[in-house]
Write a protein that binds this ligand. Structure first.
Ligand SMILES: Nc1ncnc2c1ncn2[C@@H]1O[C@H](COP(=O)(O)OP(=O)(O)OP(=O)(O)O)[C@@H](O)[C@H]1O
Length: 256
């Protein structure tokens, strides 16, 4: 199983939309995918119909120690091949409690997900983790099980500075996970303005960050989110759907 964290400390750059649609594009190619919603907003859980306001969310139970094994709280979705560990606002409390725990072994607090997801790797080809726009202990836990980080980037004046910050966080997190590395950036909501074109050109010339793909802005995205459908299922011909299709074809080497 390859574990990919979708991460950017900036909000609203399409982290969740990328996690949701990467999972779907991988599924379309026949891969088995585990989606971990690590964001208390729970939007990835909503997208796959597994958002529950009534009870403590599965990701919260794993991080708090209420549940010891991920295998028992993974939920199927309507797509046979996409399973999910769902989130909701209860994750806020779990992340906060982790910071306050008195624990002689500090590293243990970073490794909760490592221990509790260890048994599931044989069942999936990919694990995609949707992260919030901050580095709390729940994100540190996610980085501890991540092989590769993909950074969605909306090109604007401070996007590139934000990228350097993510790269630094990844370097720091390597202390407890030496497999962890930055896979590259995915340009999102691209409208081909002069500013955006210059930003992409700069990124390409600079060479520090690999550009994994460019996803076009599409009006269909808001509709697909409202309808709780992956973009390719809702509007396969729109620019955003075609963008994720091309990105995953190139990423996996498997066309569909
Ligand atoms: N290609 C696109 N075209 C048009 N709108 C898009 C596209 N990608 C994402 N969006 C929209 O941008 C907004 C932000 O997307 P999303 O919620 O995925 O970002 P995020 O980085 O996960 O946000 P947060 O930091 O709050 O978790 C959403 O309204 C989403 O529908």
């Amino acid at each position: 199983m390859k574990t990919i964290s979708i991460l950017n400390l900036k909000g609203g750059v399409a982290k969740t939309f990328t996690a949701v649609n990467m999972a779907y594009e991988l599924y379309r190619r026949g891969f088995k995918v585990l989606l971990i919603d690590n964001d208390k907003q729970g939007n990835a859980s909503r997208a796959y119909g597994r958002y529950d306001t009534e009870s403590v969310a599965p990701i919260t139970k794993l991080l708090s120690g209420e549940w010891q094994r991920a295998g028992e709280i993974i939920q199927h979705t309507e797509y046979e091949g996409i399973d999910i560990i769902a989130a909701n606002l209860s994750l806020f409390g779990a992340a906060w409690n982790l910071t306050r725990e008195e624990n002689e072994n500090q590293i243990e607090r970073y490794k909760r997900l490592t221990e509790r997801t260890a048994g599931v790797s044989n069942y999936y080809d990919y694990c995609i983790i949707d992260n919030p726009p901050d580095i709390g202990l729940n994100v540190v836990n996610a980085l501890a099980i991540t092989d590769e980080v993909i950074v969605p980037v909306k090109i604007d004046e401070d996007a590139l500075e934000g990228l350097d910050i993510v790269a630094e966080q990844i370097e720091d997190a390597k202390v407890f996970n030496e497999r962890l590395h930055l896979g590259g950036v995915l340009v999102t909501s691209y409208q081909n303005t002069d500013g955006e074109a210059a930003g992409v050109e700069w990124l390409a010339q600079n060479g520090k960050y690999k550009i994994l793909g460019v996803i076009r802005y599409s009006k269909k995205v808001a509709e697909s989110s409202f309808m709780r459908k992956p973009i390719y299922e809702y509007s396969p011909c729109c620019g955003a759907a075609q963008g994720y299709k091309k990105f995953i074809t190139e990423y996996t080497g498997k066309a569909r």
